[in-house]
Design a protein around this ligand. Sequence first.
Ligand code: C2E
Ligand code: CA
Ligand code: CA
Length: 305
Amino acid sequence: MTTSIGISIFPRDSYDANDLLKFADLAMYESKARGKNTCTFFEQALSESYTRRILIENELKEAIKNNEFSIVYQPQIDALENRIFGFEALLRWNNKKLGFVSPAEFIPIAERTGIILDIGNWVLNKVCKKIREFKAKKYRFNNVAINVSPIQTKETNFKDKIINVCKENEIALSLLEIEITERTLIELNDEKIADLYELIKKGINISIDDFGTGYSSLSYLTVIPINTLKIDKSFIDNIEDEKNRAVIECILNLSKSLKYKVIAEGVELKDQLEILMNLGCNIVQGYYFSKPVGEDELEEMLKNN
Ligand code: C2E
Ligand code: CA
Ligand code: CA
């Protein structure tokens, strides 16, 4: 047994008994977040980050109703053919009180509170409508990727929801790609794995997001249902390093044998692109080609595709 301890001090932190308890509690959660079995003294910064978290949580509850979300799209380029292969939908939140909040900050809070389910549905509907509109206009692209939270995949009707939203919007299932992080995929139970296999059989693309960051064994690649692998930006950042390049090369060879499509994420420099192409990785996403853009800008790109 180990203990996580939080400490607040009278009268330094407060004169009020309730405050002192609340602050000690916050400090205890900080101990847990720092790996447990430690003690933490309350500091004002803890209270500030707590207050911000609560504010985000409250504001998120009304965000869909208040029309505060939007989606930006980042092209995935086939660098050999020099055209847009597909794009990834990324959520944006602009709130009256908080301004723009990064998804990296609000998604974990939405996940803890369960609001992510409503947000996830909103994204799914919105993106499928866009796919329908773009296909009606005869734009050329292979698929659109959306990020799916582990909480969504655990919902009992996850599989049906994905199929139904495509049906409702009359789009082929193959136009949708769902991105699931490596960490989520390795935690799925057999039932969920069967669901994902069925989705793949029906044409949905499933990709491992942030591949290479999950500390998982390679053998799991033989059991999880995926057909695309996204090499994490951290590998691309260090691509000049010989050892790093060897790892990327290994991932590419492995994907070739397993017949996975590979996308390199976070490509910012021409040199990185050249090395990747020499290694045989042609589908890239990153600031070098384009940052995530709004619907109108994306449409302009597709017109010229
Ligand atoms: P992610 O899925 O790994 O998305 C890639 C992130 O890297 C995006 O940040 C994108 O804007 C950024 N990025 C792309 N190219 C480059 C580059 O060349 N350089 C650099 N420095 N960054 C690049 P963003 O949009 O802030 O999203 C952060 C994370 O939030 C995403 O990471 C994803 O995990 C999550 N997220 C975003 N939208 C959604 C959503 O609709 N649902 C869920 N569940 N999660 C989402
Ligand atoms: Ca992603
Ligand atoms: Ca990623």
